[in-house]
Write a protein that binds this ligand. Structure first.
Ligand code: SF4
Ligand code: SF4
Length: 425
């Protein structure tokens, strides 16, 4: 391995959860479920290879050099390996520990540092993102985005490529509650996220309206703090725990029976607060209680069916957002919900549960691999001949829409909540 910016590590357990590394029996059954291995065919870009790296680092047999950090950086955190693993390896926890180790012990190049700091300083704070996007909103209104992109540096242009149109009113809203909820109806809160409430708030609003229409009592959470997932993915465990504590307090005070998020990455982060705050005796019990209430939108709507009754004739393919399918284990409920809409035909795509390359802020920090995966996903979508690709995570929506738009495809990319709203108009 290269030795540039090599920092010797203490051979003591430098990687957290050392004992969990021994759950891996090196069978390799996870390899073909790993998007980075599928693309590079490099063992060190497979789950088994990364676990081997973690163990070698923890035992002081190798140093944390540029190559080792690179193999961890390239991991999407999609957790496809957890679904595939017969030994129950807790890969999500392992990679979170490895990322913290990298952040604390490895010095990155200037551009990489700049990108990661920019993401960390802006994205978790909706008001900062709104201020930053205000001039761009004006540019969009004047139809000048293509002209602006032509004069911007490549990196900023790539980032702009992933931004949806900044006109939230263009998306349809579901009708409001059509039935008065019973006083004993379960209470649901929709966690509105950070980036999602700025760039895709229709998904939050439609989730709330659909739940209300299905008879749930919907309570608001104001204001909503970032769930901490972005920090967990970038190795900033300390700030992730700060966000988690704020959310545990707010979600507990909301009194909600169920917690939903339109972003599946946020759902999984909240579902794992009990684990994240396990060493904080004053929070762990409340955190576990909050985590146990996380549900996905489609399962709640299926439990109380009040979906679209009239026909909405179209062909739909469904993309499994990683954290929904691999983190929460939700695969069938969204498909059942879509199939219940009169006129909708579902066509399965190949590799529906392989990551699209979005993965939180991964497509901003690792654009080359993200683009490879987006191309692969777009090929599989186009091959279905579908009119719509429906998904349950705004990050996947932006990533796939950008790739389909680059190739001039007419397939429309729509969040499940927005699709149900559209079908009920
Ligand atoms: S989280 Fe995803 S990218 Fe990372 S090792 Fe597991 S399957 Fe591969
Ligand atoms: S992570 Fe699981 S599937 Fe992958 S090599 Fe280890 S034991 Fe096998």
């Amino acid at each position: 391995m290269a030795t540039a910016s090599l920092i010797p590590l203490n051979p003591a357990r430098g990687v957290s959860d050392y004992d969990l590394l021994f759950d891996c029996v090196h069978c390799g059954l996870c390899a073909e479920a790993c998007p980075t291995y599928v693309v590079t065919r490099c063992e060190m870009d497979s789950p088994r290879g990364r676990i081997y790296l973690m163990k070698s680092l923890a035992e002081g047999r190798i140093d944390l050099d540029d190559d080792a950090a690179r193999h961890f950086d390239l991991c999407l955190g999609c957790r496809g390996c957890e679904t595939a693993c017969p030994s129950g390896v807790h890969y999500g926890r392992l990679i979170a520990g490895a990322r913290s180790l990298v952040e604390q012990n490895h010095r990155r190049g200037f551009v990489d540092r700049f990108k990661r700091r920019a993401v960390g300083a802006i994205f978790p704070y909706p008001h900062r993102l709104r201020v930053l996007l205000a001039p761009l909103k004006l540019v969009d209104r004047l139809g000048l985005r293509p002209a602006l992109r032509a004069v911007l540096p490549r990196m900023i242009d790539d980032w702009l490529d992933l931004l949806p149109p900044l006109e939230p009113d263009l998306r349809p809203l579901a009708r409001g509650a059509t039935i008065a909820p019973r006083t004993d109806a379960p209470t649901v809160v929709v966690h509105r996220g950070c980036v999602a409430q700025v760039l895709a708030n229709s998904e939050n609003l439609n989730s709330e309206r659909l739940l209300a229409a299905a008879g749930y009592r919907v309570v608001q959470l104001e204001p909503t703090s970032c769930c901490g997932a972005l920090d967990l993915h970038s190795g900033n465990g300390s700030r992730a725990r700060d966000f988690a504590r704020a959310n545990v307090r707010a979600l507990k005070n909301s009194g909600a029976d169920a917690i939903v998020s339109a972003a599946s990455g946020c759902s999984v982060a909240i579902a794992e607060y009990g684990d994240l705050l396990r060493d904080e005796p004053q929070f762990v019990e409340a955190a576990r209680a909050v985590s146990s209430k996380v549900r996905d939108l489609s399962s709640l709507l299926l439990d109380a069916p009040a979906g679209p009754k009239h026909e909405f004739r179209c062909r739909v393919t469904y993309h499994d957002a990683c954290h929904l399918v691999h983190g929460l284990g939700v695969r069938e409920a969204p498909r059942k919900l879509l199939a219940s809409i009169p006129g909708v035909t579902i066509v399965e795509m190949t590799e529906s549960d392989l990551c699209c390359g979005s993965a939180g802020s991964y497509n901003l920090t690792e654009p080359a691999m993200a683009r490879d995966l987006a191309r692969r996903k777009a090929d599989n979508i186009v091959a279905t001949g579908a009119d719509y690709v429906v998904l349950a995570n705004p990050g996947c929506e932006f990533q796939i829409a950008a790739e389909l738009s680059r190739r001039g495809s007419n397939v429309k990319v729509v969040h499940l909540a927005d699709f149900l709203a559209m079908a009920s108009q």
